[in-house]
Structures are given as C-alpha cells and as structure tokens.
Design a protein around this ligand. Sequence first.
Ligand SMILES: [Zn+2]
Ligand SMILES: [Zn+2]
Length: 135
Amino acid sequence: MALEGGCYCGALRYEAGGESMFKAQCHCRECCYITGGSPNVFMAMPAADFSYTKGSPKAFSRTDLENPVTREFCADCGTHIVTKTPNVPGAVMLKVGSLDDPSVYGTPQMAIFTCDKQSFQTVPEGVPEHERVPG
Ligand SMILES: [Zn+2]
Ligand SMILES: [Zn+2]
C-alpha cells in the first residue's frame, strides 16, 4: 500500500509506493538547518514509486559542492518532503514528518552523522550510532 503525505499548507501531495529500503535519523549540520534543530528523520523509498499527486516542489542544491544533494520542499510553507542524493540514485529520502500518518515510521534503524550531533539531540535507546554512514 502506498504511503501518502504532503506539506503543511496542502499545496504539495505525494504518494510513495514500494518498501522502505532503510530508515535513519541524520544529525549532520546541513540537516540541522533544514529541520530547525532536531535530527532529520527519514526513510529511503524507491524513487521510481514516488510521485507528487498535487503541486510541484521547489528544489535546492548547493552550487559550491561537487556532488550536492537536492532537497525538495514546498515553496509556500517551506515543508521539506524529500532529499535526493547522487550516492543513492534509486531512492528518495522521505521526511517522515510529511506523512499523513507519521506513526507508520516506527523507529529508525540507525543514527548517522553523529559527528555533528548536538547535545540537545537524542538517539532512541538501542539504535546504533554511526559517526558518518555505515559501509
Ligand atoms: Zn506547503
Ligand atoms: Zn543530514
């Protein structure tokens, strides 16, 4: 069953089909800006099964990096929906706060980029921490 979600104002709606490839929370400095301070909690979903059913996102990638990620968000309300990374071309990193029912997420399998973790950010008990990304 496809997961459905959208942005805070409703201008963007999406469907994400297929099975999640992995679930993580990211503590990197970049995500800290995007979330406003919390870890960025996301699930990797197959890119081929992800589509916007309403509206089109604004996309941003840094021009000063060689292989920047692309972050897609609502141009009206600023809600971030997905990140696309050149390192994992077959997936979109779906931000679980945008799901209609975020509780389907459960628990992340790992915490990544804890090298940038702030003292006010926490990792759920039992979730493995990686300074960067495993493997
Ligand atoms: Zn919006
Ligand atoms: Zn990050």
